[in-house]
Design a protein around this ligand. Sequence first.
Ligand code: AHR
Length: 513
Amino acid sequence: MTSARVTLDRDFTAGEVPRRIFGSFVEHMGRCVYTGIFEPGHPAADENGFRTDVLDLTREMGVSVVRYPGGNFVSGYRWEDGVGPVSERPSRLDGAWHTVETNAFGLHEFVDWSRAAGTEIMEAVNLGTRGVDAARELVEYANHPGGTYLSDLRRKNGHADPFDIRLWCLGNEMDGPWQIGHKTADEYGRLAQEAAKAMRLVDPSIELVACGSSGSGMPTFGAWEQTVLGHTYEHVDYVSLHAYYQEHEGDHASFLASAVDMDHFIESVVSTADAVRAAGKHSKRINLSFDEWNVWYQTGKDSEDQPHVIERSGVWREHPRIIEDEYNVTDAVVVGTLLNSLLRHGDRVKIANQAQLANVIAPIRSEAGGPAWRQSIFWPFARTAELARGEILRAQVSSDRHETARFGDVDTVDVSATWDEERGRVALFLANRGLEEAADVEVALRGWGLGRVTRAEVLTVPNGADRHTSNTRDRQEAVGMKALEGVSADGGTARLTLPALSWAVVELEATPA
Ligand code: AHR
């Protein structure tokens, strides 16, 4: 049996849970928009063509903010193509995903969809093929009340009130050679600085995200952040991080420890941003926007109708199936630990977006004309977004450890915790990364008296199944949350047992002592 001891103290906090870390991402890629969130004519579509089944699941997940319209897509995108009468919008080739983009869905539709979903908008501008002018014009179109050509055009196109978009990304993954309009750190840093200045001249209240590295494995990682922030420090609020994880053949232990890598990535970017702060004698701090993260089987098997690697044949199609990964129990446990990592670093990670929302490496799956369902990774997101409220607690964890090929010794039990004073609840989010043994966990809570256990649920391998079990169109509820039995709370100590390979949430009634 594995064992772990967790100590929480009411005085050891790391600030408010930033609600924007429960973000998602809608890109014009594969079937995320078309037949994902938008499918006119579907039996569940509303008068705007929005799939209400997908909208319901988005609300159930507790998504707070959605990044749009890309991703690699944005680096070749003309935002003007997506506004105005739909019948007059041009179809164009999207080189990023080798797809025909009809522009039937654009900015106004996304604003309406976001209002229906109750989510904030995080809009990306194209700094690949375009630049300062298109970026500042988009801010004017979106946020200026009226009386100018662009703001009046928005009004004419159906939205009298400004969209009031606060959060803006200055391009996407500009360090990546695959990116349309890829740039060196100096080229991008200068462009981002000038775009930021011009956008803020239109609307000084906006918040801006500069592109960091598209992954910590990039050869320019670290130097990129230093150079880009050297140019943009006083003009932006956040620097971005992107990370995708997958299980490599024969190495489940490293995959299950992906959050160790995420912790390290975050701490490295914090250090770099703070070094630029010191060198430049700046007083403000740059926070982090982890605006793409998830499990993604990038080296998975291709199939004819679902390429993992994008087809570069002469065939251009509208919304083809691309990277519709099917997630299993192991993937869900990893996603739970990645959320733990984001939460643990909530003092600096203020925004995070799971990539993506529907169909494309997504927690929500839907079929054209057919049903929508929750993938396994839906659950840890939904429960953490629901229960991580109030203040982040700095959990002191002393866990049995085990060896991994990529990260050396790691804690077998992974934990994050929050304290919601208003509701009088401590919430614990725990994972057992071991495949073989259950884990006994003792939690000492200093500074509270414990009452009832108000919630105790676990996601683990279903009876009679294995860790590769997933939800599918025909078996939509194979993986989900079930009651975690046997949780006790006595005096200042809670005790529970996590099954092998599991992610759990426990909520306790707590009264400050
Ligand atoms: O989310 C899928 C893609 O991954 C995004 O378009 C890109 O930014 C990243 O490389």
